[in-house]
Design a protein around this ligand. Structure first.
Ligand code: ADP
Length: 191
């Protein structure tokens, strides 16, 4: 199985590049942000609980997102592999993912870590907010909080995967096809 983590701060281009990777390598896309937004749209209890955190730019509790990923993995046992997008976002989530995948003897193959400058992130997110309708992209203070939460809670995952020799830094500045090509070269090396 080809299990890849697409990693990077909010606005790094994970969703855009995930599209390209799932098509190129026939992988299943698991985006916790998309899964949470669909719970919100369906007005489920989980969605209502998550929305309060997301509107502030805070992380949804680990147990909620780990439970969502667990059920997706159980429902896709014959997949060629997964692209994890927006997950894991904390060290506890990474440990839970390792346990879930190692239980199946299909560990994480690599973390593709998109590197983008802070000001470029803010510009991209504000631009997306104009067209996406995502309220968390329309408020500069929520955007800044998301980037700060990323730096505090999520960036430590770089060291977590470096310690396993699974971290691959990728320049996330440039055009979408340029970045896609860098990702492809990295994935081909991992395979
Ligand atoms: P972005 O990468 O642009 O922040 P996402 O769609 O990945 O967008 O996430 C949107 C929001 O959903 C996050 O700000 C957070 O509140 C919540 N979220 C998504 N994934 C996770 C996760 N793995 N753990 C906790 N919260 C999450």
């Amino acid at each position: 199985m080809l299990n890849l983590i697409l990693f990077g701060p909010p606005g790094a281009g994970k969703g855009t590049q995930a599209e390209f990777l799932i098509n190129s390598y026939q992988l299943i896309h698991l985006s916790t942000g998309d899964l949470l937004r669909s719970e919100i749209a369906g007005q489920t209890r989980l969605g209502l609980e998550a929305k309060a955190f997301m509107d502030k730019g805070e992380l949804v509790p680990d147990a909620v997102v780990i439970g969502m990923i667990k059920s997706k993995l159980e429902n896709n046992k014959t997949a060629k592999g997964f692209i994890f997008d927006g997950f894991p976002r904390t060290v506890d989530q990474a440990k839970a993912l390792d346990e879930l995948l190692n239980g199946n003897e299909t560990p994480v193959c690599g973390m593709l870590s998109l590197e983008v400058e802070r000001q470029e992130l803010i510009n991209r997110l504000l631009g997306r907010g104009l067209v996406s309708g995502r309220s968390d992209d329309q408020d500069q203070s929520v955007i800044e909080n998301r980037i700060n939460v990323y730096n505090d809670k999520t960036a430590p995952l770089i060291a977590y995967y470096q310690a396993q020799n699974k971290h691959f830094g990728i320049n996330g500045m440039g055009t979408i096809p340029e970045i896609a090509e860098r990702l492809k070269q990295t994935v081909d090396n991992i395979m």
